[in-house]
Design a protein around this ligand. Structure first.
Ligand SMILES: [Zn+2]
Length: 321
């Protein structure tokens, strides 16, 4: 092992600037500016964003992300600007993390599977990918873990433990937990289904601490989804690994329950136009007397959550995905 591999240990964090009166004034000024920014209307064309009259509109204001909009017109314009950014992000489709030790090798090194079993699963995966290239995209390609379970080379629990090791996250016994029921209306079902994830439970340790939302994944952790959930719910997110069959059982139950859901999920397909998203959002904001709106990109979806006299989820699926 070369010594250069340990060089990072010698890099100390930069020293903090000396504490002076000027730095105190500067930080107070920064604080004031950020406070002012928070109170300004987000409408890019708003005539009253800086004026006193914007303050007079306080009761009619709608919270959007961490800012505010003074009128439905400003809301529409601000949502259009935000949606354009998120839709671009969806179109760019971030690549999945690939820097981990492959699951097959992890299971092999733990002695859970044998080399011939891994080779057979890899060949089956290669073949499935080859076949999928000819077809129209839509169905999810089989993961190596699923193929190993199918071939009886490993149990579901062993695969989940391998994924957990690969991502350095704990496994979560979903079969023994009912916590997901508490969160079952939090994320639109089509999003959960497409991303194969599930909010497991939410913990509020103390008044000072932020809420912590535990989210289960089966084969890989979607960090973009985790940060989107953190943004929507203003909480911290933690990931865990759950088994495929436990997730499928919960999904089946959710499908049965969705008819009596208190939260309305409204899906729109093939929408790539930020102006259209903004127009629809404005209409629903009026319908539910929205006080708070948050939006985020999750996988192929743009998700808008409106909270007013009730909660409505709008999901826009991009045409390009
Ligand atoms: Zn405004």
């Amino acid at each position: 092992m070369s010594s250069s591999q340990h060089d990072w240990a010698l890099t100390l964090p930069p020293a903090l600037p000396p504490f002076t009166e000027e730095s105190l004034v500067a930080s107070a000024r920064r604080g004031y500016r950020s406070l002012r920014r928070r109170w300004l209307c987000l409408g890019p064309e708003c005539a009253e964003r800086d004026g006193l009259r914007a303050w007079c509109k306080l009761p009619a204001r709608i919270q959007l992300q961490d800012g505010w909009c003074c009128s439905p017109e400003c809301l529409q314009a601000a949502v259009a600007a935000l949606a354009a950014i998120e839709l671009r992000r969806i179109r760019m489709a971030p690549l999945p993390h690939t820097h981990r030790v492959p699951l097959g090798l992890t299971l092999l090194s733990r002695g859970i599977i044998t080399a011939p079993q891994l080779r057979a699963a890899l060949e089956a995966q290669h073949q499935a990918q080859h076949e999928a290239q000819g077809q129209h995209q839509g169905s999810r390609p089989a993961r190596i873990g699923e193929l190993l379970v199918r071939d009886n080379a490993a149990s579901e629990e062993e695969v989940a433990a391998g994924v957990a090791l690969q991502w350095a996250r704990p496994t979560f016994p979903l079969d023994q937990s009912q916590g997901w029921r508490q969160c079952r209306n939090w994320v639109p079902f089509p999003v959960l289904e497409a991303l194969r994830m599930l909010p497991l439970h939410c913990v509020h340790a103390s008044a000072a601490a932020r809420r912590r939302l535990y989210v289960g994944f089966t084969q890989s952790i979607d960090f973009h989804a985790l940060s989107a959930l953190a943004q929507i719910f203003e909480c911290q997110t933690e990931s865990c690994i759950i088994t495929e069959s436990a997730l499928n059982r919960v999904f089946d139950e959710m499908r049965a329950l969705s008819a009596q859901a208190q939260v309305q999920d409204i899906s729109f397909d093939h929408i790539d136009d930020a102006a259209e998203v903004a127009g629809i959002t404005r209409q629903y904001a009026k319908l539910v007397q929205a006080r708070q709106i948050r939006l985020a990109a999750l996988g192929p979806f743009l998700w808008v959550r409106l909270r007013g006299d009730r909660i409505i989820h709008l999901t826009f699926r991009s045409a390009s995905s």
